[in-house]
Design a protein around this ligand. Structure first.
Ligand code: AHR
Length: 343
């Protein structure tokens, strides 16, 4: 694979210019500057930017809403010439190969929603060597690779976990026997799974809640796997005496609700349930009394992302992390909030 290295003297230049200059090589530099005019073969400053987006997949209503938001915003934005969209079907290898294709195609900016936190060093280094800036959308990557992307726009997953933990502490503070908890984690190794777990238990421990984590397994953010794991929980532990299910997203929570009902229990009553995301289906389950608390995760940031893409392509200073706005909802708010949900 061909990679293009940026000469040190270009390090301060805007990314689009760096990529052009890295691409044309030192020998043709003067000629190339006058010939190319700040872009590349596909989308220069005048024609609009070409953006490659390596999306996680289509595992949830959240994800579908996020893809739609980004695609609609790109289509409506005159500053964007083309969005090359790849659905990686929740596989890191597909995302890595999409990024390599974007590099070969010399896109202006790469947007990556990394399925997991680790394993990005080589491919992000290749993007940097080619002078193509990388923006993380939604999920983050491990701190060791922070220099290899320009900025992240997405949720503060630790804060989401803390919100879930605060509700659990308030709800079960007087539970003298100790609160028995089941956890349905998201995709193993993903930022939201790691951070929602960390934030939740950080608060429980800091607040001194008397609890027992009876079981914790991944349902991979899908309804099918969430349901299957919940069935295993029910077989292994029964549900008598279990107080709380903490599901890292709506789909897994909704799958679990089905499993709980099929086993003859009442979700939301026999076992209290927290979900994260806040889809229409999630809120409807809340209105139906089948779950108790919703921590919002907001996927509708396409327009904001396009602004960041343009800023980064222009070489403007941007924050390393920009969190999107999110709220929390208890049972008293579900009905009023349902009509406002966008996905
Ligand atoms: O990264 C965001 C998470 O990914 C959402 O909570 C989940 O629904 C999606 O799969």
């Amino acid at each position: 694979m061909k990679t293009l290295t940026i000469p040190t003297f270009l390090k301060g230049e805007p990314p689009v210019l760096k990529k052009v200059l890295a691409g044309i090589g030192a020998g043709a530099l003067l000629f190339g500057l006058t010939a190319c005019g700040g872009g590349d073969g596909e989308g220069g400053a005048d024609e609009g930017l070409v953006v490659g987006f390596a999306q996680v997949g289509a595992e949830s209503a959240w994800r579908t809403a996020n893809s739609t938001s980004v695609q609609d915003a790109a289509a409506a934005d005159d500053r964007i010439a083309e969005l090359k969209f790849v659905d990686a079907q929740q596989e890191q290898e597909r995302q890595i190969s999409a990024i390599r294709d974007f590099i070969t195609q010399q896109v202006d900016v790469i947007v990556l929603a990394p399925v997991v936190e680790t394993g990005w060093t080589d491919v992000l280094q290749e993007a940097e060597d080619a002078g193509i800036p990388v923006i993380l959308a939604d999920r983050g990557i491990e701190a060791a690779d922070e220099d290899l992307y320009t900025t992240r726009l997405g949720s503060d997953f630790v804060a989401e976990g803390r919100s879930a933990g605060e509700w659990a502490v308030q709800t079960f503070a007087d539970d003298a026997d100790g609160t028995k908890i089941l956890e349905l984690q998201g995709t193993t190794g993903s930022a939201p799974a790691n951070d929602r777990n960390a934030g939740f238990f950080e608060v429980l421990d800091a607040e001194g809640l008397n609890y027992e984590l009876v079981d914790s397994q991944s349902g991979n953010f899908t309804a099918e796997e969430g349901k299957a794991v919940m069935e295993t929980f029910i077989t292994t532990h029964a549900l008598d005496g279990i107080d709380l299910l903490y599901a890292h997203n709506d789909e897994m929570g909704l799958g679990a609700i089905q499993a709980i009902e099929e086993a003859g229990f009442k979700p939301g009553e026999d076992i209290q349930i927290i979900i994260v995301d806040g889809s229409k289906a999630g809120f409807q389950a809340g209105v139906d009394g089948k779950l108790n608390y919703i921590v919002e995760c907001n996927p509708v940031f396409g327009e904001q992302l396009m602004d960041v893409v343009v800023q980064v392509a222009n070489g403007d200073d941007v924050e390393k992390f920009t969190p999107v706005e999110e709220g929390v909802f208890d049972a008293t708010q579900f009905e009023a909030e349902l009509p406002n949900r966008q996905f």
